[in-house]
Design a protein around this ligand. Structure first.
Ligand SMILES: [Mn+2]
Length: 254
């Protein structure tokens, strides 16, 4: 699996991480205005860093659940528009993976739309495919002059469940299986969550056991309540774009 290392300046006292997933651009219910406003906010934030967690475009193709007659733009146009929209913030994009909507085209034709988007933006090295790992080095700890490392797992996520906690529980179970991860970032469930968790670490160097905090972050979707969830009588989910503030003087996020 791909590891992306990004080093930020030593005099940077914090970084604001903007995880984005499930825009589903092209779907009739996509909140385009809100999304473009958010991109402008990222553009204007000098501390912003972006991770993209898949399903940015809806990519309704004939073989998929999506009703292609309801799509606002063709998949090809969705891709072109997404490239144009992301262009203004491309230098802030740290990494990105694909989602299940992106994967439809991979399965049918082998063409990876997300790979194309990253290529066109000149960010091929930042594309991780299905899942990847990101190490962010930021600022400087006053006590030892070392940069503060943040270890992040990025994937689109999978699975469902109608309960609010079902998406969270899946990531809680999965991320405990990956040693060394501080923060896991996924989307897919359209149930935004930012939940502190913890794990015990048996430290072989110091022969002690320490408790380390972790964070489970599930991105909001950018869909209005209509169409598929209405037909399927799925509960509405919150629209709640959120960020993670990474501190540059000690390992701490909020
Ligand atoms: Mn998805």
């Amino acid at each position: 699996m791909k590891v992306i290392v990004r080093e930020y300046p030593r005099d940077m006292d914090y970084l604001t991480l903007y995880p984005i997933a499930d825009v589903h651009y092209g779907a009739a219910e996509c909140m385009e205005k809100e999304f473009t406003n958010y991109l402008q906010r990222i553009h204007d934030d000098p501390h912003a860093a972006v991770v993209l967690a898949g399903d940015l475009i809806n990519n309704g193709i004939k073989s998929s659940v999506t009703n292609v007659y309801d799509e606002k733009y063709t998949p090809h146009q969705q891709k072109k528009d997404m490239i144009e929209m992301l262009d203004s913030i491309k230098f802030k994009i740290v990494a990105g993976c694909r989602g299940n909507h992106c994967y439809r085209t991979v399965k049918e034709t082998s063409i990876d739309m997300m790979d194309d988007i990253f290529d066109k933006l000149g960010l091929s090295d930042n594309y991780v495919g299905d899942a990847g790992f990101i190490k962010i080095l930021l600022g400087e700890k006053p006590k030892n002059q070392k940069q503060v490392p943040y270890m992040i797992y990025l994937a689109h996520g999978s699975g469902g469940g109608s309960l609010l906690g079902s998406g969270l529980s899946r990531q809680d179970a999965y991320q405990t299986a990956i040693e060394g991860i501080d923060i896991s970032i996924t989307g897919h469930t359209h149930k935004p969550v930012k939940a502190p968790a913890a794990r015990l670490i048996f430290d072989p160097r110091n022969n002690n056991v320490i408790k380390r905090n972790t964070l489970i972050f599930v991105c909001t979707s950018w869909l209005d309540y209509d169409g598929y969830p209405t037909r399927s009588q799925m509960k509405p989910t919150a629209f709640y774009p959120d960020t993670i503030r990474l501190d540059g003087t000690e390992k701490m996020w909020n």
